[in-house]
Design a binder for this molecule. Sequence first.
Ligand code: FES
Length: 87
Amino acid sequence: MMSEDKTVRVIITRQAGPNATPYEESFDVPYRQNMNVISALMAIRRHPVNTKGEETSAPQWEMNCLEEVCGACSMVINGNRAKPVRR
Ligand code: FES
């Protein structure tokens, strides 16, 4: 299988607001060699269509340096707190 045929499923826990009930939304992102969580999130932001084919709001997250320096992009990934820009 060619790499451009592969996808990565990203499941994001989302909330409409700070007091809203969280829900999960899934996205299939085309696989690219050396992709990381931030590049997958940016791909979703450019094309926010979930796995049901529904256009949805683009995900938002905090970020600043994208160089593993400031810690602004720390998030919970697969249940672990992590910086998603590791190379
Ligand atoms: S944005 Fe600075 S460490 Fe991620």
